[in-house]
Design a protein around this ligand. Structure first.
Ligand code: COA
Ligand code: ZN
Length: 310
């Protein structure tokens, strides 16, 4: 039986997942303008930046300045990625709506990315969660490499769900399952989505796909069918983790919104507004982006133009 919902939430991650992987430093003014434009597109949530070590992620070393200068739309939840207590304190000083803590379900990737064992990360994130719970901010946990690790291969699904259960038991508001290097495939996504929904029915469950092997939209459809209603996506299809070998872009926001829209699924996101922001990306980051929609336009664009010319 299909559970495809009529309303899904798109959570834009380009200011964080997108820009963290770029060589060119995008200056603070340009980041603020980008987030402000994204705030008018209809996204449920925007991941604005990360409060990581500036040595680990130099591209986002201006996190506080960006957070302080953006114009907040009350309909958008503003979130930021946080790897440790130091990052959480920095984020909380910015009165962030949500803290998105991160760790990997793969020991090797956690060590490469966060320079800690998974257990060390968990202990630190447990303290972060308890600190955030005494504030008005929401707390989400992003688990990396759920669908496979570029260093270890498949991670046992029982081990993945042991981490999901540990964080769920701490009372987080949301859990994101991340396909960090685009290793997910549809049958696996269906299985993991069904199991995750059963475990987390009363909190927000997000799926975060990368399009490394061209399967991200197919995976999204399968997750939707299983009942997942929240998806991270990235303008232009840029993005990726600098500490995961072979990582490339996220599922492209405009391609995803277009696919859902033509299929009659409401995302609340205005495609034309998204394309207007996306169009500025190549100049901002200094290279072309993988977006299909930016090149091809809406499936009816050409037909509409032809009809007007007749
Ligand atoms: N924000 C700012 N600075 C931080 C910080 C944070 N959240 N956490 C640590 N630091 C600083 C420390 O103060 C220290 O600075 P100093 O050398 O000037 O004294 C330095 O970073 C090293 O601190 P340490 O605790 O030893 O960290 P580390 O070098 O072992 O790195 C992380 C650990 C988690 C901070 C780092 O690996 C990181 O930020 N990773 C994020 C990776 C990421 O975002 N990947 C992509 C998204 S999945
Ligand atoms: Zn990602």
């Amino acid at each position: 039986m299909s559970h495809t919902p009529r309303q899904v939430h798109i959570q834009e991650v380009s200011p964080r997942d997108g820009l963290q992987n770029e060589c060119r430093f995008v200056d603070t003014d340009a980041k603020v303008a980008m987030v402000d434009a994204l705030s008018e597109c209809g996204f449920s949530k925007i991941e604005v930046t990360s409060f990581t070590s500036p040595r680990a992620i130099p591209a986002l070393r201006d996190a506080e300045a960006v957070m302080h200068r953006i114009k907040r739309n009350p309909n958008v939840v503003y979130t930021a990625l946080v790897p440790n207590m130091r990052g959480a304190l920095r984020a909380m000083e910015c009165q962030i709506d949500e803290i998105n803590v991160v760790m990997s379900v793969s020991e090797s990737h956690n060590r490469a990315n966060l320079r800690m064992s998974r257990e060390e990360s968990f202990v630190q994130l447990r303290d972060v969660i308890s600190a955030v719970k005494s504030t008005t901010s929401r707390i989400n946990v992003s688990l990396s490499t759920v669908f496979g690790c570029p260093m270890e291969g498949d991670i046992e699904e029982d081990d993945v769900f042991a981490w999901v259960e540990k964080f769920h038991a701490l009372g987080v508001d949301g859990i994101t399952l991340c396909d960090t290097t685009g290793m997910a495939y549809p049958r696996q996504v269906g299985r993991i989505a069904t199991r995750a929904i059963a475990l987390t029915s009363e909190i927000d469950l997000t799926f975060h796909f990368h399009n490394t092997r061209g399967i991200a939209l197919a995976n999204t459809l399968v997750a939707l069918d299983a009942g997942v209603t929240r998806f991270d996506a990235c303008l232009g299809g840029i993005g990726g983790c600098p500490y995961a070998p072979g990582a490339t872009g996220n599922v492209c926001t405009e391609d995803l919104v277009h696919m859902l829209e033509v299929n009659g699924i409401d995302t609340g996101v205005d495609l034309a507004s998204v394309l207007n922001v996306s169009r500025r990306l190549p100049e901002m980051i200094g290279h072309d982006v993988p977006s299909h929609l930016l090149k091809a336009g809406h499936r009816l664009t050409k037909a509409t133009q032809a009809a007007t010319q007749d």
